[in-house]
Design a protein around this ligand. Sequence first.
Ligand code: NAP
Length: 303
Amino acid sequence: MYDIVIIGSGPAGLSSAIYAQRAGLKAVVVEKNYLGTGQISESERVDNYPGLYGENGFDLGEKFRSHAESLGTEFIEGEAVKISKNATDYSIELDNGNSLETHTVIYAVGTERRKLQVEGEKEFSGRGVSYCAVCDAAFYKDKITAVAGGGDTALGDAALLSKFAKKVYLIHRRDKFRANKTLQQKVENISNVEILLNSQIKKINGSNKVESITVDKNGAETEIKVDGVFVAVGSVPNSAILKDLVEVDNNGYIVANEDGVTSANGIFVAGDVRTKKLRQVVTAVSDGANCVLSAEDYLEKIK
Ligand code: NAP
């Protein structure tokens, strides 16, 4: 029986692991198919994490992980597919058939990339359609690319792609970007980035791979020749397995304040998957620490 099962090994989960180890709790981190520490590992550069200015997202995540490992954190590979309550405790079933018994759960699985949901997106995924510029930008040397979205991810992707591609179309559905002002100014000044506002990709076309996109601007459609499309239109929370146990909001985010306390006794939530205003590494690691404190309070009451 664990004191805490931490589900997810992104910054929020690893921060929980560090705090749990230091508190002397019996804890384990469950992670699905480890490829890096969550979505931050796909950021080329993180400029807003205090003290580690300019760090590559993957490297930053690896530092968090090494820290947790150095304290003796136990990691188990597997995807949590079911969580059920037995009296005061929880049973977590993994996709590999294993199951874990625990007094508390810290749920820190983050979000996954939202799809554009247009014709050709699924068909050309991996053949010109990408959701990770850090992973794939280098394949587009001297090619023409498009980025869909108007947030930090989309503008960061456009800036990164501009170093490889000869041309980058940044296509955003509104007349204003959501991304931070510094990034907006940076991208507006890159000569090979062309910004198309009030525009939406309607269709991704090609035979074996992406060849063009159909873009709608105020009802008028234009076909633009591109070799690659980077989709950066936000994320959706991975809360499906908890939706019968905890309260979620209309968008599927698990309702909790910064203490991570959810509507279910013994289930705490950290990072991007909870309701919050600012989804950043700095808030995720803070959530992880707070959740362990909340879990300790709860354990004192039930033990
Ligand atoms: P986001 O901020 O939610 O932005 C998503 C963008 O996609 C918005 O501009 C949105 O348009 C657009 N969009 C949504 N659905 C669409 C659709 N169906 N078709 C076309 N466009 C659509 O997502 P994000 O950029 O991935 O950022 C997520 C969080 O991570 C944010 O808090 C961000 O600050 C953070 N982040 C931080 C860093 C960093 O610090 N280095 C890097 C990346 C991301 P509207 O604007 O019209 O809604």
